[in-house]
Ligand binder design. Structure first.
Ligand code: XLS
Ligand code: NI
Ligand code: NI
Length: 445
């Protein structure tokens, strides 16, 4: 870590050391047991494989309010106002936190960093006032912006959607939001720009013209792409699928649904996907299924690294802790050639009764180590090559004879009928060996 990153901007984390790698046997809960940023694994430093980011909203704007009661997290640095002054002061706490964790990136929505003003002109001005301070802090610490985004779901004006709202003024309002945030993301060197659908969806077809809403969303993305090109913003556009919550039918249900949308509007070369573990669960899919759908379609962009609870149907946004799932995910990411512009963003929050600043650190340390351990395991599995070989061998019948003719496009129904009639019956299937493979996978953990 560069010496500059050791500086403390605030006194709020005085009792917390800079989190260092101490190895698997350490009994210090404020240390990394698996994440050793500069250690080379599978040809690359761990920090460059994982590209981990702190998210501004949960960790610095969340108060843990829920529908049954108000927030419970009282942070000493907050003065209770939602002023620009407070917004600027808060940035120093954020960077103090990130540098103590030694992570290379952060992510934010426009409204996380700066409040709305009395009118839209003032709102835009507020955003730029804070962005200037963020740029100084990035330069002082070396922390970079993984992605920027705009919050187009909290304010009541977005209650019927953003670019898919039936109200054209809301569409225009959102054009301003994304335009400003693209400018800010460029200003801060953001490596990606994320669109999570927010309230883009519907609750009943009795009031919804799905075709028009879909066309409006397609037009919105084209305008965003045109503007990014115009200003020379080089960051990767990402859509973050989510199946439900807040609306019943979210338009970006899952990876496959997003792909169909991108292809319908000719956006498949412009936009990749940001896959969130918890959102995959809400779609009734495995996280790794969603990642692999992206990989085989060339749209694996980035990951919101959190975890949901398989027993309930909402976005619990917990810190990831299942290193075996992280290992399987890392296998897919490695197969994809690793991240390019993307990374792992901890879109996760501490529980409502985890009141202390220490808990913010424990949550992140747990997530960082789960993924770091997953990377170590995945690298071992990839190097051994046994699982890859098993999968390759399973399809060996397509490497020769009739299978090869099918894959090369030479076969027809007639040629195949002639072949199989002569044979009279298909060759017997080999065992798929799931139990053997699950045991083999565990042996690397
Ligand atoms: C909400 C989403 C959101 C996006 C950013 O469920 O996960 O936090 O990541 O808008
Ligand atoms: Ni997310
Ligand atoms: Ni989410």
């Amino acid at each position: 870590m560069k010496p500059a990153a050791r500086q403390s901007f605030t006194k709020h984390f005085e009792k917390i050391p800079h989190i260092a790698y101490e190895g698997a046997d350490s009994d210090n809960p404020l240390s990394y047991r698996w994440y050793n940023a500069d250690e080379v694994i599978a040809g690359k430093k761990m920090k460059d494989h994982l590209r981990m980011a702190v998210c501004y909203w949960h960790t610095f704007r969340g108060t843990a309010l829920d529908i049954f009661g108000p927030g419970t997290l009282v942070r000493a640095w907050e003065d209770g106002s939602n002023s620009v002054d407070m917004a600027v002061k808060r940035t120093e706490v954020v960077f103090d936190f990130i540098t103590r964790l030694g992570l290379p990136f952060y992510c934010f929505h426009d409204r996380d960093v700066a409040p709305e003003g009395a009118n839209l002109t003032e709102t835009n001005k507020n955003l730029w006032a804070v962005a200037k301070r963020l740029k100084e802090l990035q330069a002082a610490t070396g922390v970079k912006l993984l992605w920027g985004t705009a919050n187009m779901f909290s304010h009541p004006r977005f209650s019927q959607g953003a670019a898919t709202s039936p109200n054209a003024d809301v569409f225009a309002y959102c054009a301003n939001s994304v335009k400003e945030m693209l400018d800010v993301s460029k200003f801060l060197g953001g490596e990606n720009y994320v669109f999570w659908g927010g309230r883009e969806g519907y609750n009943t077809l009795l009031n919804t013209d799905m075709a028009r809403e879909s066309d409006h969303a397609g037009a919105f993305f084209h305008m965003a792409a045109d503007y990014a090109k115009k200003i020379g913003f080089k960051g990767q556009f990402l859509i973050e699928p989510k199946a439900m919550e807040p609306t019943k039918h979210q338009y970006d249900f899952d990876a496959a649904t997003c792909l169909a949308f991108l292809r319908r509007y000719g956006l498949e070369k412009t936009i990749k996907l940001n896959i969130e573990q918890n959102h995959a669960l809400l779609a009734g899919k495995d996280f790794c299924h969603e990642l692999d759908v992206c990989r085989i379609n060339g749209v694996l962009g980035s990951v919101d690294a959190n975890r949901g609870d398989a027993m309930n149907g909402w976005d619990t946004d917990q810190f990831p802790n299942d290193y075996r799932e992280c290992a399987q995910a890392m296998l897919i990411i490695l197969k994809n050639g690793g991240f390019t512009s993307g990374g792992l963003n901890f879109d996760a929050k501490v529980r409502r009764d985890s009141y202390d600043v220490e808990d913010m650190f424990h949550g992140h340390i747990c997530g960082v180590d789960a993924w770091a351990r997953g990377l170590r395991i995945a690298a071992k599995i990839a190097k051994a090559g046994k699982i890859d070989k098993f999968i390759k061998d399973r399809y060996a019948s397509y490497d020769k004879g009739v299978g090869k003719e099918i894959e090369s496009g030479k076969a027809t129904f007639e040629s195949l009928q002639e072949y199989i009639l002569k044979k009279g019956e298909a060759a017997g299937n080999a065992s798929a060996r799931q139990e053997y493979l699950e045991n083999l996978f565990n042996s690397y953990c």
